[in-house]
Design a protein around this ligand. Structure first.
Ligand SMILES: [Zn+2]
Length: 197
């Protein structure tokens, strides 16, 4: 059998880099009670900064491995105006629309519908609790994307809800602050029963 040496070298190099390349680790998500979750986040001056780009990568890994639909920088202890939104159907949100994970820097709500809607929310920083939270059904937002380009978008329903939830984190708020009554709070176990009923 003839062995192509350059092919073999390439395969070995690929294998070597796959084994030894530094894998981005999932970051610890701060939990309710940590003062970092109550701070007002600071705007990001330079999106191209290597540290900011690394932070976005780490947040994407953390969100993906946590199977979450959104994450804000204060949740990993960074007081910066940066959120990731990544709606996708999963066990917690079976009817969520599929979208590519999107990093939004210095996001703002420009306008919103009068109409609000109550629906279930959870949070990686508030494990095992679900709440019925009123949110605007439609919002117009602007943000800077990870390439430094200013974006404008109209968001509705579940994606609008994720945005408002993550935006709250930048203002030191969690979804528990938004429920109308403590009767609208349930445990994860009871939430799963509600989903099946
Ligand atoms: Zn949250």
């Amino acid at each position: 059998m003839r062995v192509n040496k350059s092919m073999l070298a390439r395969s070995l190099h690929k294998l070597f880099t796959q084994i030894f390349a530094p894998k981005l680790q999932k970051l610890a998500v701060y939990q309710l009670g940590n003062p970092a979750l109550r701070e007002i986040a600071h705007p990001i001056a330079d999106v191209g900064d290597r540290e900011i780009q690394n932070l976005i990568e780490k947040m994407l890994v953390t969100l993906n491995e946590s199977n979450g639909v959104g994450l804000a920088a204060p949740q990993i202890g960074r007081s910066l105006q940066l959120v990731i939104i990544a709606s996708h159907p999963n066990q917690r949100y079976p009817h969520a629309p599929q979208m590519e994970a999107t990093a939004m820097i210095n996001p703002k709500i420009i306008s919103h519908s009068v109409e609000t809607e109550k629906a279930w929310e959870g949070c990686l920083s508030v494990p095992m609790i679900r709440g019925l939270v009123p949110r605007y059904r439609e919002i117009e937002v602007e943000y800077c994307d990870r390439h430094g380009d200013q974006q404008n978008a109209r968001l509705t329903d579940f994606v609008a809800r994720i945005f408002q939830h993550e935006y709250d984190h930048l203002e030191g708020k969690v979804f528990l602050d938004r429920v109308e009554t403590s009767l609208d709070l349930v445990t994860e176990l009871e939430y799963q029963k509600l989903l099946k009923s």
